[in-house]
Ligand binder design. Structure first.
Ligand code: NDP
Length: 328
């Protein structure tokens, strides 16, 4: 991990969708090489590939795996957009002395808002009630009372990191009891920690899932967890689609093993199973956790700032845990 400061031009790969803040964010000292997709990358000339020292990965729809990084022998840093970076092989990067950065913190409150909104929309049936009004039925009879309510619920947060804690604060303000599951207890937190997910699922009736994607969390919300949650159970997933066994979830919703679900993420986005779309007891969002103009702009800016800080000779602002860059 070197990152020399010199008057020479610095060549950057811009990998993924076009982003105005990234395109306009660099001085003349940088030369940008935009490639929108993996297929486009096959057209990078050897001369350009040999010069690339930094990469901006502008969205999680492009994978930056070991094969991609290996195309650029002088690569020092991969600045990825988003706090989740399961589309970037951070272990390969560490082994090859490449720093990876992500964009934490600037999206925390936005995603927590979506989690809380999705929970209330699911439990109090916002979407169903909206359809009811638009269909004209309200003029003939009142909307039926919702079976669900936040008033008699206890929430288990799966992953009490930055976003999980911001969700916990919102639930505290709403006077809803909260406990949590993660591998390690979080210091200074008043909420009860459950090292065992099934034990927590038995003790609550609502799960808000906000762990990272990747192998360690794959399908962790499975049939056993859903059964433990029980027939009043509500699952809200704003983490990654990979974290839930989607088939088990569909079966549990169909059979009444759990009551309802609010989902912002899916196993094979943007494909969403027709069975889920046909259900009345689910609220489905198209992965919009951080997707407001103000927050996405802040995330784009942090991608730019990580690269500029690195090439000014400093430690990157937000390295991921696998590549903890120290001051240089
Ligand atoms: P953090 O790293 O701050 O928190 C992650 C939490 O998950 C920690 O409490 C961690 O605790 C826990 N965790 C990690 N692995 C496991 C595991 N195997 N089993 C149980 N708990 C685990 O991340 P953020 O809160 O900033 O973000 C969380 C995730 O949210 C992101 O990685 C991303 O995938 C998702 N996200 C989704 C968005 C959307 O649009 N829907 C937007 C932004 C983020 P411990 O290590 O002790 O287990």
């Amino acid at each position: 991990m070197s990152g020399n400061i010199s008057s020479e031009k610095i060549d950057l790969l811009i990998y993924g969708p076009n982003k105005p803040i990234v395109d306009k964010g660099f001085s003349d000292q940088f030369v940008l090489h935009p490639f929108e997709s993996r297929a486009d990358l096959d057209r990078v000339s050897p001369a350009v590939a040999a010069k690339i020292r930094g990469a901006a990965v502008t969205y999680s729809t492009v994978r930056c795996d070991g094969a991609v990084m290996a195309m650029f022998p002088k690569l020092e840093i991969v600045a990825s957009f988003g706090v989740g970076y399961d589309h970037v092989d951070a272990n390969h990067a560490r082994e090859h002395n490449i720093v990876v950065t992500n964009t934490p913190d600037v999206l925390t409150e936005e995603v927590a808002d979506i989690a809380m909104g999705l929970l209330i929309a699911t439990v109090r049936e916002f979407i169903k009630a909206d359809r009811y009004l638009r269909s004209g039925l309200w003029t003939t009879q009142q909307y039926p009372l919702s079976v669900g309510s936040l008033r008699d619920r206890k929430v288990g947060i799966v992953g009490l990191g930055r976003i999980g804690q911001a969700v916990a604060r919102r639930l505290d303000a709403s006077l809803v009891p909260v406990v949590y599951h993660s591998r390690n207890p979080v210091a200074g937190v008043k909420h009860k920690h459950y090292p065992d997910l099934i034990e927590m699922a038995k003790a609550v009736d609502t799960l808000v899932v906000i762990v990272p994607g990747g192998p360690s969390t794959a399908k962790m919300i499975n049939a056993d967890v859903l059964k433990a949650l029980g027939p009043r159970g509500v699952v809200v997933n704003v983490a990654r689609g990979s974290v839930i066994d989607e088939e088990a979830l569909i079966a549990a919703l169909k059979s009444g093993t759990i009551l309802a679900a609010g989902l912002d993420v899916f196993a094979k986005e943007p494909a969403v199973p027709d069975e889920l779309k046909a259900m009345q007891n689910v609220v489905l969002l198209p992965h919009i956790g951080s997707a407001s103009v103000v927050t996405r702009n802040a995330m784009d800016q942090l991608v730019v700032d990580n690269l500029k800080t690195w090439f000014a000779g400093n430690a990157p602002l937000t390295p991921v845990a696998e590549t903890p860059a120290k001051g240089r």
